[in-house]
Design a protein around this ligand. Structure first.
Ligand code: TYD
Ligand code: MG
Length: 432
């Protein structure tokens, strides 16, 4: 008989301790331990120990189920891998349930049997979403349930080809005494679904919420357990949604999928550069175009900056879609080498369209947007900037230059400023 034992788990990093502690010895966060009951299995290894025959790797076949939407396929590395466990996360209301239902529909396009288990919404709510998405809900079986044992029993009987759990945070096992949403419950449920998915070769999507800080509400240990962690990002009040793989056992984590939330669900954005640049005013100051590489795709984005005299002694610098520390560094370089005095200026940086720029090649574009706003000079709308800015004011070369230039030319940009044209930021600013 399995024994139930009490332990304490850090909800930030999953560290386990037999006693409660105020500060986690592993990740050093305070007050993050909560009590959980774990099932302790009797040690029967010796009784079960027997020889197993190893298999040849050459006999294994890669089985992927490609979806209709290429934007999802790209992020997954070519489709959903059979028997894989995918964790789909994002803020509440960002579109996780919507995207998952669309994936279900694309799978049922064949003969796949889909079982959608929701512990958050009723059958009517899911059905009305399906109507909005113009999905034939006849093909999708639905179950409103949060009890883990009941779900596993149903799944074993129904034998679906594809399973969805919406969401993992509300699942609760009757084997455990702790409440739903606790670290132990989440991990236990995820382990059970993992076991089922692997044993029966059933691809499974677990939906999970993230907290405001962007952490998974629950243990990070879930991220280690699953095969793929997908994030949906974007501003829920704006239309663009970006799907990103944070971890992927079966593909790259560099690729992104871009969608637009429409009245009938998430729509693929096939030409993101053109859409991100739509609405750019040609005469605006403080606006520059740069090119970021997202995996294998170059994407043109508009960076906006606003520089204004600070009403307080200490200037404020904020940034959306670009690392604020990197922005501070660019401001410093601009001050020192281009001799632009920004010490009494509040500076705000914004990347249009909800993209997050991590590519260093975007440095020059951000820097030029700031300079343009301060100097009140417009950058012509057929100019774009590529280059990393170094600490001594030099503009450095970046990877995949040809691809970036090709994309810019395709969109009609006449002047592409690269490290070849301007060796330092002084050259770049002079061109304004
Ligand atoms: P939802 O998938 O329920 O979010 P999550 O599961 O991540 O909490 O999406 C909720 C939002 O999406 C909601 O604000 C309404 C919007 N939405 C649309 O704009 N169009 C649609 O077709 C659907 C289904 C939702
Ligand atoms: Mg939902």
């Amino acid at each position: 008989m399995a024994k139930i034992k009490s332990i304490y788990i850090c909800k930030d990093c999953g560290y386990e301790s037999p006693k409660w502690t105020g500060k986690c010895p592993s990740c050093e966060s305070w007050n993050s331990f909560s009590e959980d009951a774990i099932e302790k299995k009797p040690n029967k290894i010796t009784a079960h120990a027997r020889e197993v025959i190893p298999l040849k790797l050459t006999n294994a076949k890669e089985q992927r189920i490609p979806l209709k939407m290429d934007e999802i396929n790209r992020v997954l590395g070519g489709g959903i891998m059979e028997g894989s466990l995918i964790l789909l996360t994002g803020e509440p209301g960002i579109g996780k349930s919507t995207l998952t239902l669309q994936i279900c529909d694309q799978l049922t396009g064949g003969t796949a049997k889909v079982l959608y288990i929701s512990g958050e919404e009723s059958q009517n709510q899911i059905a009305s979403r399906a109507v909005r998405l113009k999905i034939d809900s006849e093909k999708i079986s639905f179950l409103a349930e949060t009890n883990l044992e009941a779900i596993i029993a149903t799944v074993q009987k129904e034998k679906p080809d594809f399973l969805v759990i919406d969401s993992i945070q509300v699942m609760q096992s009757s084997d455990m005494t702790s409440f739903a949403g606790s670290v132990g419950q989440i991990r236990y449920a995820a382990e059970k679904f993992m076991e089922y998915a692997k044993k029966n070769n059933v691809p499974t999507i677990l939906i999970g919420h993230v907290t405001k800080e962007g952490n998974l509400a629950g243990p990070r240990v879930l991220e280690h357990l699953v095969d793929t962690v997908l994030y949906i990002e974007g501003d829920r009040y704006k239309n663009f949604r970006i799907l990103r793989a944070q971890k992927n056992r079966f593909g790259s984590t560099d690729e992104i999928g871009i969608f637009e939330m429409a009245g009938d669900g998430l729509r693929e954005v096939k030409n993101p550069s053109a859409e991100f640049l739509e609405g750019k005013r040609p005469d605006a100051v403080g606006s520059a175009i740069t090119i970021t590489m997202e995996g294998t795709r170059p994407i043109l984005v508009e960076v906006q900056a606003l520089s204004n005299v600070t009403p307080f002694g200490f200037p404020k610098r904020t940034s959306t879609g670009f690392d604020v520390n990197r922005a501070q560094l660019l401001i410093s370089v601009l001050q020192k080498y281009a001799r632009i005095n920004l010490s009494n200026q509040d500076i705000f940086v914004n990347v249009v369209g909800g993209m997050r720029l991590k590519d260093p090649a975007c440095d020059l574009g951000v820097l030029m947007a700031i300079a343009s706003s301060f100097l009140q000079k417009t950058i012509p709308s057929d100019v774009c900037f590529i280059g990393e800015v170094g600490l001594s004011g030099e503009v450095r070369n970046v990877s995949q230059m040809e691809k970036r230039i090709k994309e810019a030319k395709k969109l009609g940009f006449k002047k592409i400023i690269t490290p070849k044209e301007c060796k330092t930021i002084v050259d770049a600013v002079k061109g304004l």
